[in-house]
Design a protein around this ligand. Structure first.
Ligand code: AMP
Length: 282
């Protein structure tokens, strides 16, 4: 496994792989790697001859400076996991490499950035759009791998690739969970034992809502029940619990089994913000 720090190191390697007709898979991450990230790596190794994982905690996608400063950093363990997983390259750019100058460009993702994550994390998707565009330009992968855990991010990146004609295929990987159902997330490392236990409220509420939808209960009533469940938990603060179209993120007020839908949730457990989602009709 070779470490790469800038495009000058990568370009001749990229050219060699291209000449020998090898498909290059990119897995963008912010480090603090867990088995969910490794599922993306595994998929890349299945689909591509070459896998490059990027680790960069991107400052422009954090709307909360404390969340950025406290983002877990476990680089030694990350590199050991990636070597074991059979990764070919790790791209470890400095902030100077990614942002030699401040970016003035602003993306407008339209309706997508005014709901759910877009509404509660102003500027977040602009930062994601900037960093993913930079990574696509620098690495020039054939395929890029993203997790369904960040469902709205997937919709944003599909829009980016489509509207800016990036020649990259996207491969989306299902959410990896802990044995008790909690979606794996680098931020889980920051939960204390009590918060970790209470964090199960996210997946339990998603599953409860799905079961109620199957029974025919009105979405409005389900949503009220779930909001009451969160209100009853002093450590929790719900930001949203919405039934949406997974591509457009139009929010539904009535469940229609003929239309694609997912339920998305975001909530704080103590100071830690967690998100999760469950597909209902794919
Ligand atoms: P992050 O390091 O949190 O920016 O995540 C890097 C990539 O891993 C993103 O495409 C995430 O959607 C994906 N990812 C994060 N957590 C999971 C998970 N539990 N299961 C599958 N993919 C995940």
């Amino acid at each position: 496994m070779k470490l790469i720090h800038n495009p000058a190191e990568w370009n001749p390697l990229w050219l060699n792989h291209l000449r020998t007709n090898q498909q290059i898979g990119l897995v963008p991450t912010m480090g603090a790697l867990h088995d969910g990230h490794l599922d993306l790596v595994k998929k890349s190794r299945e689909e591509c001859q070459v896998t490059i994982v990027s680790i960069f905690v991107n400052p422009t996608q954090f709307n909360n400076p404390e969340d950025f400063n406290k983002y877990p950093k476990t680089i030694e363990q990350d590199l050991a996991k990636l070597a074991l997983a059979g990764v070919d390259y790790v791209f470890l750019p400095s902030e100077q490499v990614m942002y030699p100058a401040a970016t003035g460009l602003k993306f407008d993702f339209g309706a997508l950035e005014h709901v759910l994550e877009g509404k509660f994390r102003p500027g977040h998707f602009n930062g994601v759009g900037i960093v993913v565009s930079k990574l696509f330009h620098m690495i020039r992968p054939h395929v890029a791998f993203f997790g369904q855990k960040d469902l709205q991010q997937v919709a944003i990146i599909k829009r980016l690739v489509n509207d800016l004609s990036f020649e990259v295929n996207l491969s989306i990987v299902p959410t990896r969970r802990e044995l008790d159902g909690l979606a794996m997330s680098s931020r889980n490392l920051r939960l204390n034992p009590e918060e970790r236990e209470k964090a199960l409220l996210l997946i339990r509420s998603l599953e409860k809502a799905r079961a109620e939808l199957t029974k025919g209960t009105d979405w409005k009533i389900i949503k009220e029940q779930i909001e009451a469940d969160f209100n009853a938990e002093p450590l929790a603060r719900l930001e949203y619990f919405d039934l949406v179209h997974p591509d457009t993120f139009d929010t539904y007020s009535i469940f229609d089994p003929a239309k694609k839908s997912s339920i998305c949730v975001a909530a704080f457990m103590g100071d830690i913000r967690l998100i999760d989602n469950l597909p209902i009709i794919s």
